[in-house]
Structure formats: C-alpha cells, structure tokens
Design a protein around this ligand. Structure first.
Ligand code: NAD
Length: 272
C-alpha cells in the first residue's frame, strides 16, 4: 500500500534533523517525511568525509541550514543552535537519530564493556539528546516535539545488542523525564523504536541479518518497516492531532514488540 501524501500539514514548521549519514539513514526518512509535509529543515553531517554523502541529500531536501555536527566536539551543537536562532529564531521539532559505541565495546558483550566505551556510547547516543533538548526548548515558545531513536533492545534482551541495550534504556527514560519537565511548555518528547533497518549503524551489529529475518517472521503486519514509516510516525506525532501524546516509546515495528518469543534458542547467540 503506497502512502499518498500531498497535504502540506507542516508547512512553515522548522525542524532540525540530526543523524543523516546516507540515503539509508533513519534520519533521512524523517527529514524526507517532514519535508514532504511542508516543513523546512536544518540538516547536519558528522564530518568532512560524510559531508560528500549528505550534501546532495540536503540539497534534495532544500534544507536552508546545513552544518557540521559531531556531538562529541565541544561547541558544535551550540553552533548549530546559534545558526538556527539567527536564521529562524524558532523551532518546532527536533529529531535525534544518532548512536555510537566503540566497536570492541559493542561487539564484546556487555560484561566486557569498558568504562570508557560505556561512557562514550552513553554520551553520544543519550546525553547528546538531553543537550539538544536544552538548547531547543527556548526556541519552542509555541510548543514543539522532540524525538530520539531507540530500539526494542532497551527493554528486552536482543542478542548482540550488548551495551546499546542499557544505553537505549537510559534514552527512553530520558525521554520520559524530559516529557515531564518540558510538558508545561507544551513541548512533547517521544522515544521512537523502529524495527530493524539495514543502515550503516546496524552493520556494526553481529548477525544483524538474523534480526531482519526474525522481524519479518514475527511481525503481525508481516513486513519489515522502512525509513519513511519511521519518518511519517514522527511527522504525525509533531502535529497538533497528537498534542495530548507525550513521553511514550512509540514502536514502529509492524507489531513485533507485542509478540512473545517464538524463535530459536536466543542463548545460542550469546557472547561475552
Ligand atoms: P546511520 O548510521 O544511518 O545513522 C547513525 C548516525 O549517527 C550517523 O549519521 C552518524 O553520523 C551519527 N553519529 C554517530 N556518532 C556521532 C557523533 N559523535 N555526532 C553526531 N552524529 C553522530 O544508522 P541508523 O540506523 O539510521 O541510526 C539512527 C538511529 O536509529 C540510531 O540511534 C540507532 O541506534 C537507531 N535505530 C536503528 C535501528 C536499525 O535497525 N537501523 C533500529 C532502531 C533504532
């Protein structure tokens, strides 16, 4: 079933999307959905190397703001918000679609994860969203919406997800606390939990293809999700129609999360 969109329900809205690496990125699906519904975009790229891949996408999205952002570099996030403030003076939504863990810490099992690796994963994949929320909130004087990408491994054990499980659990909790603190300002905050998608970040997970196969077998809807499914969910949640929704983790996974385990023995995939 094709999703037909034409109504510019978000015309004039200003949206900052962080985390596009290439055309497969979940962030690209989010940016595209917001743009198709009429929003204007601020887009960032990680570094000079990734700029070559992201620049044509930013052009396709007609993004008037296009800047570097490595959240581990002091001052870069502030510089993005400085530009947004100067150019737009306001903001309606942000999408945080950023995650990182050092390879050895990600692939060696949680029990072997170093303190440094844990801290890095937590800073880039979770605390940077809190920093983003702090900078965005003053620009959302008419209310707004904030989204951070999580995964089902936050609440249940997904073999090979390792350190990212506790990190995503912290991210989902952070969304709830931010929703609580920013609610009086009509700013709504959601964790979005997509089903598995073949992206650059996912390629760092061992046996990711097994997750894809299992997702399609277990999904009540019987299909894998795509990046536009995630994007249109965020776009809907940013609309006034969703104004009483906040703080929840919204699964975009074809229903996989409601299913009891029925696959082969997950202990066989255990590492560490
Ligand atoms: P991706 O590789 O396309 O996106 C990850 C992004 O994180 C990249 O754009 C990368 O540049 C950015 N990033 C990493 N370190 C950064 C830093 N220091 N500063 C700024 N940006 C940085 O992969 P994706 O799958 O689209 O991942 C996006 C989000 O979705 C992540 O939070 C991921 O955990 C989450 N997610 C992915 C899946 C999946 O199956 N692919 C499922 C659920 C959730």
């Amino acid at each position: 079933m094709a999703i037909e969109t034409a109504l510019p329900l978000l015309r004039g809205k200003k949206v900052f999307v962080a985390g596009i690496a290439n055309e497969h990125s979940i962030a690209f699906g989010c940016a595209k959905a917001f743009r198709e519904l009429g929003a204007e975009l601020a887009i960032t790229y990680l570094n000079e190397k990734s700029k070559a891949y992201v620049a044509p996408l930013a052009e396709q999205l007609e993004a008037p703001i296009f800047l570097p952002l490595d959240v581990s570099q002091p001052g870069q996030l502030e510089a993005v918000f400085e530009q947004i403030t100067q150019q737009w003076g306001r903001l309606d939504a942000i999408v945080h679609s950023i995650a990182f863990a050092p390879k050895d810490d990600l692939q060696g099992g949680l029990v072997n994860c170093s303190a440094e690796g844990f801290a890095t994963a937590m800073d880039i994949s979770c605390h940077s969203f809190i920093r983003m929320a702090r900078l965005a909130a003053p620009l959302m004087d008419e209310g707004g919406a904030m989204f951070a990408m999580s995964y089902h491994g936050a609440t249940e054990v997904v073999p090979n997800y390792n350190v990212m499980g506790p990190v995503k659990a912290a991210l989902e909790s952070a969304c709830r606390y931010l929703a609580y603190e920013l609610g009086p300002r009509k700013i709504r905050v959601h964790a979005i939990s997509p089903g598995p998608l073949k992206t650059r970040a996912a390629s760092g997970l061992k046996d990711f293809d097994l997750l894809l196969n299992e997702a399609v077998e277990r999904a009540p809807i019987g299909e894998l999700v795509d990046i536009m499914d995630v994007g249109f969910t965020c776009a809907f949640l940013a609309m006034p129609y969703a104004r009483r929704l906040t703080g929840s983790t919204v699964y975009v996974d074809g229903g996989v999360n409601i299913m009891a385990w029925s696959g082969d023995n997950p202990v066989a995939h255990r590492c560490g």
